[in-house]
Design a protein around this ligand. Sequence first.
Ligand SMILES: NC(=O)C1=CN([C@@H]2O[C@H](COP(=O)(O)OP(=O)(O)OC[C@H]3O[C@@H](n4cnc5c(N)ncnc54)[C@H](OP(=O)(O)O)[C@@H]3O)[C@@H](O)[C@H]2O)C=CC1
Ligand SMILES: O=C(O)C1=N[C@H](C(=O)O)C[C@H](O)C1
Length: 266
Amino acid sequence: MRVAVIGAAGRMGKILIEASVLAEDVVFSAAIVSPGSSLVGVDVGELAGVGKQGVLAVDNIESVADQFDVLIDFTSPELTMQNVETCKRLGKKIVIGTTGLSDEQKAQLDAAANEIAIVFAPNMSVGVNLTFKLLELAAKVLGDDVDIEIVEAHHRHKKDAPSGTALRMGEVVADTLGRDLKACAVYGREGITGERERKTIGFETIRAGDIVGEHTVMFAGLGERVEITHKASSRMTFAKGAVRASSWLASHDKGLFDMQDVLDLH
Ligand SMILES: NC(=O)C1=CN([C@@H]2O[C@H](COP(=O)(O)OP(=O)(O)OC[C@H]3O[C@@H](n4cnc5c(N)ncnc54)[C@H](OP(=O)(O)O)[C@@H]3O)[C@@H](O)[C@H]2O)C=CC1
Ligand SMILES: O=C(O)C1=N[C@H](C(=O)O)C[C@H](O)C1
């Protein structure tokens, strides 16, 4: 698979380039930066710290349309939705790591998957995807006896909250317990809140410094509590997952998949 990275100068973009260059089963072939960027024409291998790769940054996907099979997109919800339309038109596959998509935007992904193959996951690390399975087991065993709270921490530049991963963790737990996350989620607390409503799922968000990404789900009962925590210390874990998803897409022409599909964890 020939891989293009959009948002190539971003925190994830640079590391996605490094991971694609280092991977043996994909070929890194194109990089797109924002329109008018001073990086247009720059060898992005140098930008990503892996030496010249002969891949020069462009600011328009169409200009490299014949050079890639799969687009890796870790950008913003608006841009991701534009890119999905472009991939549909060009007949390209897409791996999406962008978080913060609205329900309407997710429905548009569903529709696009009738025409192209899409991997869309709020967290591409193996560890977090394993954690989703552990959460299912914990929720099954501990059931409604415990209070469930999800705490996430990320760097100061993150734009969406709670994180996509925290929301997916909430969905996994809510689905296992037969609850509707939209109805039972509580986002932060302040003032005279009253006692905790037993079947709610609470979310707390920390934004500070350069934290890569940390998530804890707490199952707190009377006399004991279980906490399941994942801590990412390098963005390479997400990038490797995205590259693995790109390679996996070689055998899929259409459909909407997530990392549980890629890792065979369903
Ligand atoms: N699923 C997962 O495993 C993970 C998901 N994420 C998600 O990935 C997303 C990006 O995160 P992060 O890398 O930290 O964010 P950044 O802001 O660092 O990166 C976004 C990049 O997109 C670029 N961009 C904006 N507009 C365009 C355009 N029209 N064409 C090309 N590029 C454009 C920006 O360029 P410019 O700076 O010039 O505007 C920027 O470089 C977030 O939604 C985050 O939550 C992050 C980590 C892991
Ligand atoms: O913005 C980030 O950095 C991250 N975003 C993802 C999310 O919202 O869950 C995944 C990871 O935790 C890093």
